[in-house]
Ligand binder design. Structure first.
Ligand code: SF4
Ligand code: SF4
Length: 117
């Protein structure tokens, strides 16, 4: 699958995203397992207002890439989730199998303080 040209975007499309219960559980586990220094570096970065709380600006990438929510994985490849830098890659259609049970929104309902509990 052709990749999106994400380098240099600095998290342009990474804002609040909906999460399922299991995604949230995986993210919390990942955050808790991070070395304290790394975790605190990621937590305390100065992000633009509205940028996802896990975006790693220092490295220009998702700070929780291996456990990022499904919606982040789908972005750019679905007609409902078009990336303006490569709209031609948004060819798939969302259907009932891509619908999920969301428990809330990352960055809004769940923030750094919820990750450490
Ligand atoms: S999906 Fe598109 S807008 Fe988002 S970081 Fe990648 S290239 Fe940039
Ligand atoms: S979890 Fe990662 S990929 Fe998803 S919005 Fe946040 S920084 Fe972007």
């Amino acid at each position: 699958m052709e990749e999106l040209p994400c380098k240099g975007c600095k998290g342009l499309c990474c804002g609040p995203v909906p999460v399922t219960e299991s995604e949230l559980r995986r993210i919390k586990k990942k955050i808790k397992s991070m070395p304290l220094k790394l975790r605190s570096q990621l937590e305390n970065q100065q992000r633009f207002y509205g940028t996802c709380i896990f975006y790693d600006l220092d490295h220009d990438r998702c700070g929780i890439h291996t456990v990022r929510p499904n919606i982040c994985r789908m972005f750019g490849y679905y007609q409902e989730l078009v990336c303006f830098r490569k709209p031609e890659l948004a060819t798939k259609n969302m259907n009932s199998s891509t619908q999920q049970e969301y428990v809330g929104t990352l960055s809004i309902d769940f923030t750094w303080k919820d990750m450490k509990r």
